[in-house]
Design a protein around this ligand. Structure first.
Ligand code: XMP
Length: 512
């Protein structure tokens, strides 16, 4: 059995973030419901138990409570926030209802030696988000560290190896939080670094096989990172029981459809159903200039095409999706809340509810960078796993105004030059996105002795962590010069190149 840490989930929005931090320690973890019986937990022989935070107060009648026997399993326990209050409440301490939440940054001062703080300074910044607080320690406990508002911000019972933190070590706003978690996992629980992506694959493959059995699975493959990694993983688990449907909406970048078919159909030998619906999409988009209408038409047409394709694919019980953890959590609408840091870009508005499939979402617990590592482990090439984001509505939102075949050609050729030059100069993988946009205005130019009157291409290159905010990238002049020269010389129909130097907000990354 894997050496593991059990995380009991009391409903915190950060529970998955805790799991991720444990994975970063190269240790396996399992998230279980807060009330999992101690004897079930014991069967897993965990090296440690973490009690997550949660929105409740231990005094609420409905408050989630664990099985009290978890404290006598002889396994180290770490309570975080609400988890600390559970420890206080169960072991005979006193919790006071907070009249207002303590929320935001605080300074922690360490007063007493603790294995949790090995290698850490006596003072550190921490992130609080709690209502109630511990005001009297349970027997056997000693205070370890204080904050402005709490004498019991960190407490421990070294004999029973039970520890409690009032703040959240798992979020980025507790900069040294990872060291605390490592101290718990390695020093206190004695775990080794044994958990690797290879093991993750083995386990995920096993879980998919159990869930799917002999049934068939359909997956909408876009060629983006998430659906590609989901496809490779599921294919490894169930081979030909998986059918990937790849819709060409006519709005893809140059060579994209060939590359996807080549990689998945040929190299991976997957059952790949190719649906070329370009003509249908372009017909529906004819004359449409309003950005929102374009998006609606593309979304609606995709659903229709995909639904028809699933019928042709034959009976399947499961629909697989490359949903990631940040797509699952709801961002919390409180300014500065770290949970909003892990919310990535918006996604296209899903498939209709009336499609009668069970969902298979094998990436649901992972974050984007972990999905990239998983993709590498599965043998996907760098061009796929490190690919920049590309919007569902494709090039249609990068051609302002009417989308025509001619404009698509101009944009594709320009975009290929941008991508090629960015790759050649080692910029492509360093930044969030870099692409071309076609502006439907013509300007006068001169080529040789001939007057031209052609379109303008805008270059967009942005730096971002999650797509929510972005800064334009100060690319070197010689690179900009090369891109501009090549587009104007090589792309028939474009005679001017501009650079978009707006940040988000107030501008967005895509132009529509
Ligand atoms: P905006 O333009 O809103 O884009 O600043 C933020 C990020 O999201 C990507 N994007 C999309 N991704 N479907 C997607 O899957 C979409 O409809 C969509 N629209 C924008 C965009 O490329 C950027 O990375």
């Amino acid at each position: 059995m894997n050496e593991q840490i059990v995380i009991l989930d009391f409903g915190s929005q950060y529970t998955q973030v805790i799991a991720r931090r444990i994975r970063e320690c190269a240790v396996y973890s399992t998230i279980l419901p807060f009330d999992t019986p101690a004897k079930e937990i014991k069967k897993l022989a965990p090296k440690g138990i973490i009690l997550s935070g949660g929105p409740a107060s231990v005094y609420d009648s409905e408050a989630p409570k664990p099985d009290r026997k978890i404290f006598s399993l002889g396994v180290p326990v770490l309570g975080i926030c609400y988890g600390l209050q559970v420890i206080g409440h169960f072991l005979g301490g006193k919790i006071e209802r907070g009249l207002k939440r303590e929320f935001g940054k605080g300074t922690l001062r360490v007063k007493k030696a603790s294995p949790l703080f090995r290698g850490l300074a006596k003072s550190m910044q921490v992130w609080n988000s709690h209502g109630d607080k511990l005001t009297q320690l349970p027997k056997g406990f000693t205070p370890v560290a204080v904050t402005e508002n709490s004498d019991f911000a960190v407490v421990q019972d070294l004999k029973r190896q039970i520890f409690g933190l009032q703040f959240h070590p798992e979020v980025v706003h507790t900069p040294k939080g990872m060291t605390l978690i490592q101290n718990f996992v390695y020093r206190i629980c004695g775990c080794g670094k044994r958990w690797t992506m290879r093991k993750y694959v083995e386990q995920a493959v096993e879980e998919i096989r159990v869930q799917v059995g002999d049934e068939r699975v359909i997956l909408g493959l876009s060629g983006g990172v998430d659906s590609s990694v989901a496809a490779a993983l599921i294919h490894k688990a169930i081979g030909k029981q998986l059918t990937c449907i790849f819709v060409n909406n006519g709005l893809l970048r140059a060579n994209e459809d060939t590359a996807v078919r080549e990689l998945f159909g040929r190299n991976f030998d997957m059952r790949l159903q190719y649906e070329n619906a370009s003509a249908e999409f372009l017909k529906k988009l004819k004359g449409v200039t309003n950005p929102e209408r374009k998006r609606k038409i593309i979304g609606g047409t995709f659903i229709k095409v995909f639904q028809a394709a699933t019928k042709r694919a034959g009976k399947a019980k499961f629909l697989a999706q490359g949903t990631l953890y940040p797509d699952v959590i709801e961002s919390v609408p409180i300014a500065g809340n770290p949970a909003s840091m892990i919310k990535s870009h918006h996604n296209v508005g899903g498939l209709p509810k009336n499609m009668k499939f069970e969902l298979l979402e094998p990436l649901k617990c992972l974050f984007k960078d972990e999905v990239r590592l998983l993709g590498e482990e599965l043998g996907l090439p760098k061009e796929v796993v490190q690919r920049q984001p590309f919007p569902g509505p494709g090039l249609a939102v990068r051609i302002l105004g009417d989308v025509t075949r001619e404009r698509l050609r101009i944009l594709r050729e320009s975009d290929s030059i941008v991508v090629e030059e960015m790759k050649n100069n080692d910029w492509y993988y360093k930044i969030w996105q870099s692409f071309a946009v076609l502006l439907p205005i013509r300007s006068v130019g001169v080529m040789g002795d001939v007057r031209t009157y052609e379109y303008t291409i805008a270059l967009r290159a942005v730096e971002s962590k999650d797509g929510m905010t972005a800064d334009w990238v100060k690319l070197p002049y010689d690179l900009l010069e090369r891109i501009s020269n090549r587009i104007i010389n090589e792309v028939k129909g474009a005679n001017r190149v501009c650079m978009d130097i707006s940040s988000k907000p107030p501008a967005t990354i895509e132009w529509e």
